[in-house]
Design a protein around this ligand. Structure first.
Ligand code: SAH
Length: 205
């Protein structure tokens, strides 16, 4: 999976490749699709949601340029697969999931696998998680129509944020947002992608 799908498409960071080798995707997918756990596609995880394609997980992780002392905010825990990859590469992951059943299942999986550096919250990712901000890195794994300002506000100086952005699934792009030492924000479009939409919480985006 790593050699053919991820290295072959240009992901080079050895730490990211090592984390992708270590985290077994089959542990995060439902039993019904376990035979396809290493396939080069997203897979259903219930509640109309999907676990992302392995390459996209690796690509977004590499864009974050993670360091072992970083505190990371993730929006869209889903299966917990991306969370586990991040947890191997940083100090602590704070992850928010809006579907309680998915949050519960991910929590169980991550506990079973022994991840102690992950905190999960069931709630609306549009608000971020202000209590633990600012975050050195932020990753969003469901697509909002526009970049949520609350997340940009919760990004530390010299931070990086990676998110799929776009309301129309045919024109979504991964964007990389950087904040410099003075707090100036810059946004760059990266790969075209197709993610599940980020759903508005009870108070809207
Ligand atoms: N990173 C996940 C893939 C998640 S799919 C994995 O590795 O499995 C996107 C997830 O975002 C879904 O689980 C969906 O329920 C969640 N989501 C959608 N809108 C959200 C919101 N407003 N706040 C938090 N999570 C949200």
């Amino acid at each position: 999976m790593v050699r053919q799908q991820i290295e072959a498409r240009g992901v080079r960071d050895p730490r990211v490749l090592e984390a992708m080798r270590k985290v077994r995707r089959e542990r995060f997918v439902p039993v019904s699709v376990r035979n396809y756990a290493t396939s080069d596609t997203p897979l259903p995880i219930g509640f109309d949601q999907t676990i992302s394609q392995p390459y996209i997980v690796a690509y977004m992780t590499e864009l974050l340029e993670l360091d072992g002392d970083h505190r990371v905010l993730e929006i869209g825990t889903g299966s917990g697969y991306q969370t586990a990859v991040l947890a191997n590469l940083c100090d602590h992951v704070y992850s928010i999931e809006i579907v309680p059943e998915l949050a519960e299942r991910a929590s169980q999986t991550l506990r079973d696998l022994g991840y102690g550096n992950v905190s999960l919250l069931t709630g609306d990712g549009y608000r971020g998680w202000p209590e633990h901000s600012p975050y050195d890195r932020i990753i969003v794994t469901a697509a909002p129509p526009e970049l949520p300002q609350a997340l940009v506000d919760q990004l530390a100086t010299q931070g990086r944020l990676v998110a799929p952005v776009g309301g129309d699934p045919d024109s979504q792009k991964i964007v990389l947002v950087t904040k410099d030492a003075r707090g100036n924000v810059r946004q760059r479009d990266q790969l075209p992608v197709r993610f599940v939409p980020m759903v508005p919480g009870p108070d809207g985006p």
